[in-house]
Design a protein around this ligand. Structure first.
Ligand SMILES: C[S@@+](CC[C@H](N)C(=O)[O-])C[C@H]1O[C@@H](n2cnc3c(N)ncnc32)[C@H](O)[C@@H]1O
Length: 246
C-alpha cells in the first residue's frame, strides 16, 4: 500500500516523474495531479491530471532512482556499471571498496547488488560526500559506509572482493588494491580518456593483475515510424579496465 512519504514513479507514455507522495498538487506539462489521491492505494493504480492525462503509479526501482536523484560529478551510467557484473561475477555477499563516491550512482548500484555484503566508499570532497550521503539514504541503503578519506593514501579494508575506481589517477591505487583484495578478486577502473587507461593498465600489470579493457556502446532503436537504430547515440562514456588478482 502506498503511504505518505513513499517514493513513486508517475508514468505517462514515455515520460516519467520520480516523486515523494505527499498531500499536495504536482504540476506537469500534462496537467496537475493530486498526489494525496494515491495514499492508501496499491502501486499500479492510475491517477488522472486535471486535464485528463492518466499516469500509472509505479514503485520505483534503483535504476529509476539513479536517473532522477541529484547529481554533482559525472556518474557511471547503469549501462557501464552492469559490465562489472558481467566481467567480475559481482554477487550478493561481496564486500567492495569504491572511490570516489561522487554522486553515489555506482555506490547505489554496487550496494543494491551485493546486499547483504558491504560497500566502503571513499570520498575527499565534502560537498560531493554530502550529496552522496543523501542519495544513499534516499535509497534506504544500510550496507554502505561513506568514508571521508583519500584512497591514494591507502585502503583500510582487507580481503575484499572488488575495488572500484572512478577518479583521475587510478594507477595510484593499484598497489593498495592488490593489498586489500582476496586472491581471485578484481580491481575495476573507469576512465574517460585512453591516456588514463594506459597508465592504469601499465601499473596494474606491474602489480601482478591480469588485465583487460572494454568499452560499452549501446544502440537503442526507434519504434514509431518503422523500426531502426536511433540516429543519435551516446558515443563515448568511459573505458573500463578489469584487473584480476591471480
Ligand atoms: C567522477 S566522480 C565519481 C562518480 C561516481 N562513480 C558515481 O557514479 O556517482 C569522482 C569522485 O572522486 C573523488 N575523488 C578524487 N580523488 C579522490 C581520492 N584520492 N580519494 C577519494 N575520492 C577521490 C572526487 O571528489 C569525485 O567526487
Amino acid at each position: 500500500m502506498i503511504e505518505e512519504g513513499d517514493a513513486a514513479l508517475l508514468v505517462f507514455g514515455k515520460t516519467s516523474f520520480f516523486v515523494i507522495i505527499e498531500r499536495k498538487e504536482f504540476h506537469t506539462h500534462f496537467g496537475k495531479l493530486d498526489l494525496g489521491e494515491v495514499i492508501g492505494k496499491e502501486y499500479g493504480v492510475k491517477v488522472a491530471s486535471h486535464s485528463g492525462s492518466e499516469f500509472r503509479v509505479l514503485r520505483p526501482n534503483f535504476i529509476d532512482y539513479i536517473k532522477k536523484m541529484r547529481k554533482m560529478p559525472q556518474i557511471i551510467l547503469p549501462k557501464d556499471a552492469c559490465q562489472i557484473i558481467a566481467h567480475t561475477g559481482l554477487a550478493p555477499g561481496w564486500n567492495v571498496v569504491e572511490a570516489g563516491a561522487g554522486s553515489a550512482a555506482l555506490t547505489i548500484f554496487l550496494a543494491t547488488m551485493v546486499c547483504p555484503g558491504r560497500v566502503y566508499s571513499y570520498e575527499v570532497n565534502p560537498k560531493f560526500a554530502s550529496v552522496a550521503q543523501k542519495n544513499i539514504e534516499g535509497m534506504g541503503l544500510k550496507n554502505v559506509e561513506l568514508k571521508m578519506k583519500d584512497i591514494y593514501e591507502g585502503i583500510d579494508e582487507k580481503d575484499v572482493d572488488l575495488v572500484c575506481l572512478d577518479l583521475a589517477e587510478p594507477e595510484r591505487v593499484c598497489s593498495h588494491a592488490w593489498e586489500a583484495l582476496l586472491f581471485g578478486g578484481y580491481v575495476f577502473s573507469y576512465s574517460p580518456t585512453i591516456d588514463q587507461t594506459m597508465k592504469f593498465t601499465a601499473e596494474a600489470k606491474k602489480c601482478g593483475f591480469s588485465v583487460k579493457t572494454i568499452e560499452c556502446l549501446v544502440r537503442e532503436y526507434e519504434d514509431e515510424k518503422g523500426m531502426r537504430p536511433k540516429t543519435v547515440m551516446l558515443g563515448h562514456t568511459g573505458y573500463m579496465t578489469f584487473g584480476r588478482k591471480v
